[in-house]
Ligand binder design. Structure first.
Ligand code: AHR
Length: 330
């Protein structure tokens, strides 16, 4: 197994958050471990949603439990921060770099630099649009399938979703971060499936950046310009929860006057589903820590790993949510 070397340069990363847990003293000093400890640099998207918080916890907890020296960076939703963090991990000569790309494009140069430095890269959660030889594997959900599940549910429940009974199901879409894989793929999967029913139409679509505030603000503006909204399709629970606030503030009942479909299935979302304010949630599993550490060990041991590792996921109705809530981990 590859060992960690001492980083030559002290790297200043004052513009965004960086921390280290495990055996070494911190990112600035690099690791001086020569005992077989794996040092992983992880460049996280940020803390934009409940899903992301659960994902970060899973990675940090698993690293700690398995004795992996984790250098963790929160890029605060900015691609330039993430690229800067990856460059710092290359300079520190970590054993392996993992990251969840903020957006799909623009990582080619830094991935080339990692490859030239002989540091393997593992993508988690989100894909990049780059030469696949620049990374070892991609661990995460199939976002197109998630969008398809949401679309299938709407097609099956179209009659019920036509709340005003005018023969048209008017859908507004709260998109994730523009250019991010889950925003692109969920929109694609959903659009493909709703083609099966001509009465379903997406009347407006705008980014809420995967945040609760973003979802609330966009929903407020949708409600001001359109009084015939039947359905909200939110690309994550947080934006759906923001939309609920906007719908209630407008004097309407979420889940009844306007149906809501979301993706993630974090506890707050599941509670709103059980309470009848959301109608359907497609699960996106954030607990990627164990699989990530396992893949990292295999890659560093020179074992072959699959190019794509999918996570197991399901979907929840309101009744399912009531049953699942007591055991929900996140
Ligand atoms: O990439 C996964 C997505 O990112 C989650 O669905 C969303 O909540 C998060 O911000």
């Amino acid at each position: 197994m590859k060992k960690t070397l001492v980083a030559a340069a002290a790297i200043s990363l004052s513009t965004f958050a960086l921390s280290s847990c495990g055996s070494s003293s911190g990112a600035d000093s690099g690791s001086d471990s020569n005992d077989g400890t794996i040092t992983m640099g992880f460049a996280q998207v940020g803390a934009e949603s409940g899903w992301r918080t659960a994902n970060t916890k899973s990675i940090q907890d698993t690293a700690k439990a398995e004795g992996v020296d984790l250098k963790f960076t929160d890029a605060q939703g900015k691609q330039e921060n993430q690229i800067q963090a990856i460059r710092s991990y290359i300079q520190q000569k970590v054993d392996v770099i993992a990251f969840s790309p903020v957006v799909e494009t623009g990582f080619d140069a830094v991935l080339q630099e990692a490859k030239a430095a002989n540091i393997p890269v593992i993508l988690t959660d989100r894909a990049v649009d780059a030469d696949p030889s620049l990374y070892k594997t991609f661990l995460g959900s199939d976002f197109v399938v998630e969008g398809e599940k949401a679309g299938d549910w709407l097609v099956e429940n179209a009659k019920d979703a036509d709340v005003d009974g005018d023969g048209t199901v008017n859908v507004v879409q709260l998109e994730g971060t523009t250019g991010a894989a889950p925003a692109i793929d969920r929109a694609e999967g959903f659009a493909e499936k709703i083609k099966a029913d001509d009465s379903i139409e997406i009347t407006a679509s705008q980014t809420g950046d995967f945040t609760r505030d973003g979802g609330k603000q966009v929903m407020e503006s949708f409600l001001q310009s359109d009084d015939s909204i039947d359905v909200v399709f939110a690309h994550n629970d947080d934006m759906g929860l923001g939309a609920i606030e906007a719908i209630e503030a407008a004097g309407l009942e979420p889940g009844k006057d306007i149906k809501i479909i979301t993706i993630d299935a974090v506890k707050d979302g599941m509670q709103a589903l059980a309470d009848g304010k959301i109608n359907y949630i497609v699960e996106c599993n954030p607990l990627l820590g164990p699989q990530l550490m396992d893949l990292a060990k295999k890659v560093l041991d020179g074992e072959e790993v699959p190019a794509r590792v999918l996570t197991d996921e399901t979907a929840f109705t309101q009744e399912d949510a009531k049953a699942a809530l007591p055991d929900r981990q996140y």
